[in-house]
Design a protein around this ligand. Structure first.
Ligand SMILES: [Zn+2]
Length: 134
């Protein structure tokens, strides 16, 4: 089943386009919604929205690291490794090998993946980094 969503756009622009659709039926648009959907799809294709979204993806979890994919880095060499950094007796942070940081957007993403956090917590670690629950 196809679902639909509503959005608010400037009436002046929509009125102009509706007028165009009425005046130039040879372009084949039957409705304003059809025109707007076509325009959005063309722009999304220009920006590679379908290839680049979602930007981040969880790839794999290892004993002391996690690998995620960041599509913003391109189609190749887009894997980012986050190493577990021991904090105190039982705590840990994730250290991004690409950014050299424990609070970059890669770490932020990884802390939102339940599979990742559960894995390290099951190994006895308590997350002490910037993001996630305390
Ligand atoms: Zn990073």
């Amino acid at each position: 089943m196809v679902e639909y969503t509503k959005l608010s756009v400037k009436k002046e622009l929509m009125d102009k386009i509706q007028r165009f659709i009425d005046d130039y039926p040879e372009h084949g648009y039957r409705s304003l919604a059809q025109f707007v959907e076509d325009a959005a799809r063309r722009r999304a294709e220009e920006l590679n929205v379908f290839e680049l979204t979602p930007r981040f993806e969880h790839f794999n979890v290892y004993e002391n690291s996690v690998v995620i994919v960041d599509r913003k880095l391109g189609a190749h060499a887009n894997a980012v490794t986050l190493r577990v950094q021991q904090v105190g007796e039982r705590g840990f942070k994730l250290h991004c090998q690409r950014c050299g940081s424990t609070k970059c957007e890669h770490v932020l993403y990884a802390t939102t993946v339940p599979e990742v956090m559960t894995h390290f917590e099951e190994l006895g670690g308590v997350y002490k980094g910037e993001y996630g629950e305390e």
